[in-house]
Design a protein around this ligand. Sequence first.
Ligand code: CS2
Length: 479
Amino acid sequence: MEVGLPAERLSRTRSAPVAGIVHLGLGAFFRAHGAIYTEEAVTASGGNWGIVGVSLQSGTMRDALKPQGGTYIALELAPEGRKPRHVQIVSDVLVAPEDPQAVLELMADPAIRIVTLTVTEKGYCHQPSTGALNLSHPDIAHDLSSDLPVSAPGFLVRALGLRRARGLRPFTVLTCDNLPENGRVVRGVVLELARRIDPALADWIAAEARFPATMVDRIVPATKPEDIAEVAALVGAQDMAPVMHEPFRQWVIEDDFVDHARPDWGAVGAQLVKDVTPFEHMKLRMLNGTHSSLAYLGYLGGHETISDTVADPAYARFVKALWQDEIIPNLAAPEGVSLSDYAEALFARYANPAIRHRTWQIAMDGSQKLPQRILGTLAEAIAAGRPCPGLILAVAAWMRYVGGVDEAGQPIDVKDPLAERLRALSDSAEGGADKVRALLTLREVFPPELAAQIEAPLVAAYETLVAKGARAAVEEFGQ
Ligand code: CS2
C-alpha cells in the first residue's frame, strides 16, 4: 500500500484535436518538448494536429498513459520554483510489437501529415561514423524480408509504401534526435532501405517526401520514482508518467514540409529557417559534447548528476575551458548568435540544482554519441593545428568507463548497443596503452585517420586517469 499518494488518477479535461501527427518513440524528451510546442501551436493558431504516440519497444508508456486519457503532467523545474502543466495533446498510444499492422494503418491514414521521431541515435540503424544504413543490423535484416517491420526506418518505408499504393501524398518525416544533419541521415536510411525493397518506391519517396532537419533542445532527465510522488503531491492526482524539464527550450526547424502542412510552431517560439546546420553543430558540440565529457569524467570522479559535477570548481573550470579554448574556436556561429553568451547560458542550465540529470544517464550509448558530439570537433581542430587536450581527456574517460570498472574497483552498468564489444576490446589488452589502441580499432566510432592522429595523446590521458583518478586529472587540467 503506497502511503500519501492521492487515489485519484489524472484524467483528461478537454478533448485532443484530430490527430495529424504520429510520433515514433514516445519517451520523456518529446513529451516535454515537441508535444508542448505542438499543443501551444494549436492553442495559438488551431489545426488538426493531435498526436498519436507509438512505442517501438514495450507497452510501458501506453500502460501508464491510457488510464490518464493520454494526458500527463510536465513539471518545469527552475532554481526558483516548480510549475506543473497538464499536457493533453496526445490522444492515443500504440505499441508497435503488439500490432505492427495497426501502426502502419495509422501512418497511412490520410489525416496524418507528419511523422515525428525521437528514437535515439541508435534507432536509425546507421553507422555513426559514416551515416550509412547498417545492413547487418538484425532489425534491418528483419525489415528487408518482412512487410511487418520492427525498426523505425522499416515503419517509415512500409507506411510510405502503403500511402503510395493508395494514391495518397507522403507524410513529412521530422526527426527530433540529436544527430548532425538529422534530416539527411533519416532520408538516407529510408531511401536505402526502400531501394532494396522496391526501387520505384524509393524514387517516389525521393521526389515527393520531405525530411526537414531540426535542432532540438531541452534538458529532460529520465523520470524517477520520487518524481511520481512529487507530482502527485503537487497536483493532487496520480500521474504514472510525468516529465520533469528545465525552463529553457529551443527548436530550430528547416521549413520544408510536404504541401507546407505543419502546425504553426513559429507562433510559439520555434525558429523556422532555411539551414539548420549551424544551429545543430553549435548545440551538439557545445551542449551535448560537454554533457558527455562531464558525464564520463564526472561519473568516474564520483559525481551523480551534472549539477553536482559543475558545482565542483575543478569541473566548472574544465568545462569553461572546453568551450572557450577547444570547441568555440572550431565552430561557425549561427547568424546573430554569440557563442560566448551561449556557453554562459549553458553553464547556468547545467548548474540548475532542481534538475537531477544523472551522469550515468548521459553516459549511455556513448558509441553512438561520441562521433557527432566530440570527434567532429577533434578532427577539425587537428586539421587546423589546434590541440584539444580537454576533449582528449573526455574520450579517454569514455574508454575508462566502457572498461566497466570504476575507480573504486566497482562494476559500472554500461548501457550501449556495443557494450559487449567495448568490454571485450578493453579486456583484450593488459596495459592502458594497449587498451586505448584496441578501442581505437572500432570503425563504427573512429575513422582510421583520426584514430592514428589521437592515439598518442589519448594513451597519455588514459594513463593519467588510471594513475591519478578522474577528479585529480580534471583538477590538474590546464595548470
Ligand atoms: C544528453 C541530452 O542524454 C544525453 O545524452 O546530452 O539528452 C541532452 O540533455 C539534450 O540533448 C538537451 O537538449
